[in-house]
Design a protein around this ligand. Structure first.
Ligand code: HEC
Ligand code: HEC
Length: 459
């Protein structure tokens, strides 16, 4: 296996060449047809052209199931009937605005619908793994016995919303060596008005915000081998960065979600449909009603459609996957000199050791997700106390940075729990394997810090 050091030198060379090109204004303004200008409108929602009518039909169908609100059973419609009994939102689009992320905290500090309050129990209770949906292959962790894996803030058919979520924000002051100051925020989830009594004593509540749905089909087309080649679980090259793939119980490599706990787009969508919206589907054939929640158990079910009795029958699940696979990846068209300098700093600081600049799909398309899609230990400051498959409490998938600028312009927040209001705050929270890169950022001059941030804003 080629050493990661050698790979990183190659990356630095590639980045250097790109920086030179952009410095002299030669970087192509319009890239290949799977790339869209990151500075353009709705950069996560630009479809890759196709002249295949079957593909276009599938995408149109998928789009409607992604965007048009579902309704609770029983309803006059059978196409979008089956929301709940427990759910958080009635459409995918309410948490993925223009296929991107979403605001998660309002001006008064209250959590918004797209911020999910999830639950987990220590591995010691592994005998209860997925106990509320025995057929389900989808549970990555042990769930609370009464509330399951996620707090539902909405309910239908006589079931009750499970709690009223709140966040406590704690200010964490930070000073650069040059005296500049930033106030970071630590968020702690709090659940008021729990509908069925307290959580189990050792249940952990943790926060997850929606990631932008960027380049998902392209990510799916990167061969496992290309990701595995970048793994260095024992840090054989001694650079302090390990990185390992998450793996499902069947050995499949995890790619999606903050801890890469879902192997495929279909699996991720099936999980979102069941857990966030209460839509049964082939991976979650039963409503996720914990046994103790009798009203949820008894709530009316969606009416069978000609496609079967699942709320989200296979052809519709597959159509959503086809829809989300068909979008271009955001990429900056041209970098001004300051941002080009920032791009080279990104590599020299060690950011690119995890935020991998270039990946290639099976069919040779080049992507610049700025992620290796591997898990890294990010230290105690970011740890959420939760294990998902192989990902430990402080391990997260390198967050892809493509489209970061659009998320910033939309006023959305950063990191898995949405604690960071800016990319700068996100960097300052980096610890563990990323500690040295963070320290290198902190010791930059103010002008170099600004250059790095200017680069991130243009992604
Ligand atoms: C209530 C808010 C909410 C709703 C509704 C929702 N999502 Fe999400 N979505 C999230 C959150 C939060 C995550 C991150 C989950 C995690 O990593 O634990 C996520 C993650 C994802 C991902 C993984 C992206 C990546 O880059 O890894 C995909 C794909 C996705 N959602 C698609 C959907 C689809 C399709 C629907 C509708 C069936 C949907 N979501 C409904 C909040 C939501
Ligand atoms: C050891 C691997 C590693 C290194 C090195 C690293 N990062 Fe990260 N980065 C991550 C992971 C993992 C996350 C997600 C952490 C989380 O959400 O808790 C992340 C998240 C981010 C985010 C927030 C993205 C989002 O979607 O919310 C930004 C911005 C970022 N990194 C920039 C940088 C910069 C700039 C550097 C170099 C100074 C850097 N990172 C170095 C692994 C790394």
């Amino acid at each position: 296996m080629a050493s990661k050091g050698a790979k990183r030198t190659m990356v630095a060379l590639a980045l250097g060449a790109a920086a030179m090109l952009s410095a002299v204004g030669l970087r192509a303004a319009s890239g290949p047809d799977w790339v869209t200008d990151a500075a353009g409108p709705a950069p996560f929602a630009q479809p890759i052209a196709s002249d295949d009518p079957a593909v276009l039909d599938q995408r149109m169908l998928g789009r409607s199931f992604f965007t048009v609100p579902w309704v609770a059973a029983p309803a006059a419609t059978t196409a979008r009937d089956g929301l709940g009994p427990l759910f958080n939102a009635n459409s995918c689009a309410s948490c993925h605005v223009d296929n991107g992320s979403a605001p998660v905290i309002d001006a008064d500090g209250a959590p918004l619908r797209p911020l999910l309050f999830k639950l987990a129990q220590p591995d010691a209770h592994a005998d209860r793994m997925g106990q509320d949906a025995p057929e389900s292959p989808g549970h990555a962790r042990v769930l609370d016995p009464i509330y399951g894996g996620q707090i539902a803030i909405n309910a239908a058919g006589g079931a009750r919303p499970e709690a009223r979520p709140q966040v406590h924000a704690q200010a964490v002051p930070f000073h650069y060596p040059d005296g500049a100051a930033v106030t970071l925020t630590r968020l702690t989830p709090v659940l008021a008005d729990l509908a069925h009594g307290p959580l189990a004593p050792d249940t952990v509540v943790f926060l997850r915000q929606p990631p932008a749905l960027a380049g998902l089909g392209l990510v799916a087309a990167v061969p496992d081998a290309a990701l595995v080649a970048w793994e260095d679980p024992d840090d054989a090259d001694g650079d302090g960065i390990s990185g390992r793939a998450n793996r499902m119980p069947d050995g499949a490599l995890g790619r999606y979600g903050w801890k890469a706990a879902e192997p495929t787009l279909v699996a991720q969508i099936a999980n979102a449909a069941a857990v966030d919206m209460g839509l049964t589907n082939r991976r979650y054939p039963q409503e996720l009603c914990p046994p103790a929640q009798i009203a949820c158990q008894k709530a009316p079910r969606g009416r069978p459609s000609p496609l079967g009795d699942l709320d989200l029958p296979d052809p519709r699940l597959d159509a959503i996957a086809a829809y989300l696979s068909g979008f271009k990846a955001p990429q900056p068209a041209a970098l001004a000199a300051q941002a080009a300098h920032g791009e080279s700093l990104f590599s020299t600081l060690g950011c690119a050791a995890c935020h991998r600049p270039v990946l290639r799909t099976e069919d040779g398309r080049t992507l610049r997700p700025l992620s290796d899609f591997l898990l890294h230990d990010m230290g105690d400051g970011l740890a959420d106390g939760v294990r998902e498959h192989l990902a430990g409490p402080s391990e997260f998938r390198t967050a892809p940075l493509w489209g970061l600028g659009a998320r910033l312009r939309a006023g959305h927040r950063f990191l898995h729990d949405g604690r960071a209001r800016s990319p700068e705050e996100a960097i300052l929270w980096h610890g563990g394997e990323a500690g040295p890169a963070r320290d290198a950022f902190v010791s930059l001059t103010a002008a170099d810090r600004a250059a790095l941030l200017s680069y991130l804003e243009q992604l």
